[in-house]
Design a protein around this ligand. Structure first.
Ligand code: ZN
Length: 239
């Protein structure tokens, strides 16, 4: 089975379309690690695509916020503004879908998906030290996660944790992997291109991929919607 693994789509239709085109013919099933909406100006097309095409998904903190399940007091001002905007702009049927999304982990064939960490869906796992702290709670040899918008893989061995920055990982036995496909709709690792991962269960490979998309159109829509400028600007730099 060949999986397209996506995360943090953030209502960016242009980025999602570019990913689908780039990955075309290379996957059989789509899996999502959460944050379908928030920040971007296309919550309806992106949520509708998710409803129709994603085989397995866990909710993200922005999905909760936009669906009215989260106290917005803890959100930064631009995240709060975009959650409030999404609550009024999106089709109620799409908000209802987001409200019903399951909290992770979700177990698939030999791997799991989560949004933040295996302990807390809202926890950021960024560094090797972070991975060391959560590794004892991993329930599968391979776990995909999101939330940080940083494309990276970690190998967890009994002797420690190692960040992996190769384009293709050939998965070894007897170790655990924690893999972040990066963000489709709002990358924050200094590379503005949309990020995703292909996972092939037969070849046991994980491939990290990036693709350029029409950033300008996504930015224009954000500004036209009256969302904070910052949300448009950061798409240019991937920060
Ligand atoms: Zn996110």
């Amino acid at each position: 089975m060949r999986y397209l693994i996506v995360s943090d789509l953030h209502a960016n239709w242009e980025a999602l379309q570019a990913v689908l085109e780039h990955a075309e013919g290379r996957y059989d099933s789509v899996v999502c690690c959460g944050d379908v909406v928030g920040y971007g100006a296309d919550p309806d097309p992106v949520t509708e695509w998710t409803r129709e095409n994603v085989a397995a998904i866990v909710r993200g903190n922005h999905d909760k916020a936009c669906a009215g399940l989260e106290d917005l007091e803890w959100f930064n001002p631009s995240a709060r503004a975009s959650a409030l905007w999404t609550q009024t702009a999106a089709d109620p049927r799409n908000l209802e879908y987001l409200r019903r999304l399951a909290r992770g982990p979700e177990t698939l064939h030999g791997f799991q998906i989560i949004h933040g960490s295996p302990v807390d869906e809202d926890e950021y796992v960024l560094t090797e030290r972070d991975v060391m702290n959560v590794a004892p709670y991993l329930d599968a040899p391979l776990t995909f996660f999101g939330h940080t918008h940083v494309q990276v893989g970690f190998l967890c061995h009994r002797n420690g944790v190692k960040a992996l920055r190769r384009e293709t990982l050939e998965l070894e036995k007897d170790v655990q992997y924690l893999i972040n496909p990066g963000s489709v709709g709002q990358p924050r690792d200094g590379d503005p291109r949309a990020a995703y991962v292909l996972y092939d269960t037969d070849c046991r490979t994980v491939v990290f991929r990036r693709v350029r998309y029409d950033v300008e159109s996504a930015q224009k829509k954000i500004l036209l919607a009256g969302l904070p400028d910052l949300l448009a600007r950061r798409l240019s730099t991937g920060s």
